[in-house]
Design a protein around this ligand. Structure first.
Ligand SMILES: O=c1ccn([C@@H]2O[C@H](COP(=O)(O)OP(=O)(O)O[C@H]3O[C@H](CO)[C@@H](O)[C@H](O)[C@H]3O)[C@@H](O)[C@H]2O)c(=O)[nH]1
Ligand SMILES: [Mn+2]
Length: 738
């Protein structure tokens, strides 16, 4: 290796092209926004005049939108893109690569089927990485025998699967996803064909056994007697009341642990931490912290990767990508974690319930230009020591190199299992810093964001890595209620952060840059968006009923800033969406979800957060559904919105949709029969008509679900009834109130 080569970095950073043009455009939109506010302030109706209340409300809403728009510029001001040089990494460090511990989290065997879980486990076991340095931990908060049984089956299958993957350089390495990606059995090359048939049969056999156990609902005596590990369930009372269950299913350093080709296998550990009704288990954060301690005792890898049980590895090089950042001689020592995007396998072409597309392809790159992306959970590589609370110190270089844990060499495997169990007990964390300054933080439904923030506040940077071949693919919710509930949790957790001790607004002050603080606030203010959006989707339509104008007339010059901001903002959002790989209809669906999230999930999240701070509720973690019934899936494939069971969130959405329809219909009736001419109505009310009309257009699927559909996914009749009653009462009251 030449002297020069030795100093070439392991990654490069590129700035976005055309950023100056974008900034000019953003500045012009900002000028437009300012003019709108000037107009609002200078035209407030006099006390007692029609529309004063609506006017002042709109002013408030517009100030909020302007503020939020400014926030969103923080993540568009300076986007950067990373590229890694994995060949340089292997040349320099192939023999000194650090140990990597991978945590897979699961919590419920019915919401998260064991087959899905072990596919994820198998995919991360098959990473292109030296097996003796790789350890995989499955954390099972469901404490399920069936999941454990599935893992034991996976051990046998892995002995065939891993060598198969390496021999043919297969991608993706989740067997289920791989078999789907090979359309016909004869699509593989000739020399591979025989092995393909064999491996597929082995997979089907394993699948049958596991599915049978799932159907049966418990483990048969025959299977139970084969593995001593099942005896750990003898004292098991329920998933909320049991001892720590821990089993080293594969001991990577045991010479007998080898695949069918004789190569070593990664270590594999099953852990169900102790649960007792009287101890709070702190959801995923609690599981992660137990894993951090147990893994420190077993393999003690320097790097920790966490994936959710539905997020299989889709790119076997991802560990090496992450190490290019962590091991880079120039900048690596500042980097605490490398976050990959969360992409989804089951999205429909037009992303009916929207996705994290803009976050993944735009905003995360934006924050990468400052201190780095927020930590969003699944798909993140951490340094073990920073996750455990180490502060960043200038000049100190953290050593990533591989070292064999001494404890391991000295104790036998059984002893190791036994002394690891106490690390996962309910009482272990009492009077310690775990959940506070060590490990993941407790008490927040988005433990990851708050943990990442505190790491960055300790002086560390993070990096966003978004290679073309997606590193992880998970499952997005496939019904509207599930999507709304997920977003309620995410927005509620983020708002709690804003109001907590660790708020990016004050805790972050002076510790991270101002732009980065604003970037955090985008997420933390999600829930607060509900009020302005609700006001904007109700009040202008209501005033349409009365014929009171709240926007400038068509012939007024004040219309220009409104038109410019609306057209400019939406054109940009459209272009951005298409550039990020979305479709035209996908953008339209995204706008609908934007409205639905803001008027339901965010509203409930906001109210619940306030109640939480007043001490009335406890924050919970509703696990996102990962499987759906056959007919639900079919409708999802066809991109038909699924409403299903009655819920307060859906009632709000239906009421809003009907309300706008009613206002529009009344208005049309008045305009065609009333005394004022059409031209004059149009002159004064154009923007309100437009707003109300767009709200109706975007709600078309909802009207269909209310009145036209017959399938099970339609809007329940009770909601149709309730929402209609609400609208009639509200509109009648308003009409006669003035
Ligand atoms: O008590 C619990 C509850 C959940 N989980 C696991 O946590 C993960 C995430 O839960 P999920 O219901 O899938 O939530 P999502 O909304 O899909 O998760 C997103 O949001 C979470 C909270 O911010 C992050 O932790 C995740 O990585 C991120 O994908 C899953 O693997 C669960 O098995 C546990 O281990 N224990
Ligand atoms: Mn998930």
């Amino acid at each position: 290796m030449g002297k020069e080569e030795e100093h070439l970095p392991l990654f490069e950073t590129k700035r976005a092209k055309g950023i100056v043009l974008y900034r000019l455009f953003a500045a012009s939109v900002f000028a437009g926004i300012c003019l709108i506010l000037v107009y609002r302030l200078s035209h407030v109706p006099k006390a007692g005049a029609d529309g004063r209340f609506g006017w002042i409300g709109l002013l408030g809403a517009e100030i909020w939108f302007a503020f939020y728009w400014l926030l969103s510029q923080a993540s568009r001001w300076n986007p950067v893109y990373r590229h890694t040089f994995k060949d340089r990494l292997s040349q320099r460090y192939e023999n000194e690569l650090p140990g990597v511990d991978i945590f897979v989290c699961t919590a419920d065997p019915t919401i998260e089927p064991p087959m899905m879980v072990i596919n994820t486990v198998l995919s991360v076991m098959a990473y292109d990485y030296p097996p003796e340095k790789l350890s995989v931990y499955l954390s099972d908060d469901g404490g399920s025998e069936i999941t454990y049984c599935a893992l034991l089956e996976a051990v046998e299958f892995a002995k065939h699967w891993i060598p198969y993957c390496k021999k043919y350089n297969v991608e993706p390495r989740s067997p289920a996803a791989y078999f789907v990606s090979v359309p016909a059995d004869d699509a593989v090359e000739d020399n591979q064909a025989k092995d393909f048939v064999v491996i597929k049969k082995l997979y089907k056999d394993m699948e049958n056994k596991i599915e049978n156990a799932v159907k049966l609902g418990h483990i048969s005596e025959e299977v139970r007697s084969k593995h001593k590990g099942f005896s750990q369930w003898d004292t098991y009372k329920s998933r909320r009341d049991h001892d720590t269950i821990l089993q080293i299913a594969i001991d990577g350093r045991d010479p007998n642990a080898a695949d069918v080709e004789g190569c070593g296998l990664p270590t594999l550990v099953y852990l169900a931490r102790e649960k007792r009704p009287q101890y709070h288990h702190n959801f995923k954060a609690g599981a992660m912290n137990a894993l951090i301690r147990v893994s420190a005792n077993v393999s003690n890898g320097n790097v920790i990767l966490n994936v959710d049980c539905d997020m299989y590895s889709n790119n076997s090089m991802a560990i090496r990508d992450a190490l290019c950042f962590l091991m880079d001689e120039g900048k690596g020592h500042e980097v605490a974690y490398v976050q990959f995007p969360q992409n989804f396998d089951n999205l429909t072409k037009n992303e009916l319930y929207s996705s994290f597309r803009i976050i993944s392809e735009v905003e995360m790159h934006g924050s990468d230009g400052y201190e780095g992306p927020i930590y969003i959970g699944s798909g993140c590589f951490h340094r073990r020591d920073t996750l455990c609370g180490r502060k960043f110190m200038k000049g100190s270089k953290s050593d990533m190199k591989w070292e064999i844990s001494r404890k391991r060499e000295e104790s036998g495997i059984h002893e190791l299992e036994e002394n690891s169990k106490s690390l996962a007990s309910c009482t272990f964390e009492q009077n310690t810093e775990w959940g506070k300054e060590m490990g993941l933080k407790y008490g927040c439904p988005v433990e990851d964001v708050i943990t990442g923030l505190s790491i960055q506040c300790r002086g560390w940077k993070s990096v966003y890595c978004n290679p073309t071949r997606k590193a992880f693919l998970g499952l997005a919710p496939t019904t509207l209620p599930h999507t709304l509930v997920q977003h309620k949790r995410l927005s509620e957790g983020s708002l709690q952060i804003l109001l907590s001790k660790y708020s990016p607004a004050w805790y972050g002050h002076g510790k991270i840059s101002l732009v980065h603080q604003l970037g955090y606030c985008i997420v933390c203010c999600w829930a607060s968006n509900c009020w302005a959006t609700l006001f904007y989707s109700i009040v202008p339509s209501l005033y349409l009923l009365k014929g009171i104008s709240l926007f400038p007339q068509i012939s007024s010059p004040w219309l220009i800033p409104f038109a410019y901001v609306i057209i400019g903002k939406y054109t940009w959002s459209f272009v951005e969406f298409l550039w990020s790989g979305g479709t035209i209809l996908g953008w339209w669906n995204d706008q609908r979800m934007w409205l639905y999230k803001r008027t339901s999930s965010y509203l409930f999240a906001f109210v619940d957060t306030i109640l939480y701070f007043l001490g009335y509720t406890d924050s919970a973690f509703a696990i996102t559904a990962k499987v759906a019934d056959e007919d639900v899936s079919q409708r999802y494939e066809k991109e038909i919105m699924e409403f299903g069971a009655s819920s307060p969130m859906l009632t709000i959405l239906a009421t809003l949709a009907l309300f706008n329809l009613y206002c529009f219909a009344e208005f049309v009736k008045e305009a065609t029969t009333g005394s004022k001419g059409m031209a004059q109505v149009y002159e004064t009310m154009a923007l309100q008509i437009l707003l109300c009309g767009v709200l109706i257009l975007i709600n078309i699927p909802l009207y269909q679900a209310l009145y036209l559909r017959k399938d099970k996914g339609k809007m329940p009749a009770s909601i149709a009834f309730k929402s209609m009653a609400f609208v009639l009462v509200a509109c009648t009251c308003f009409k006669f109130s003035y």
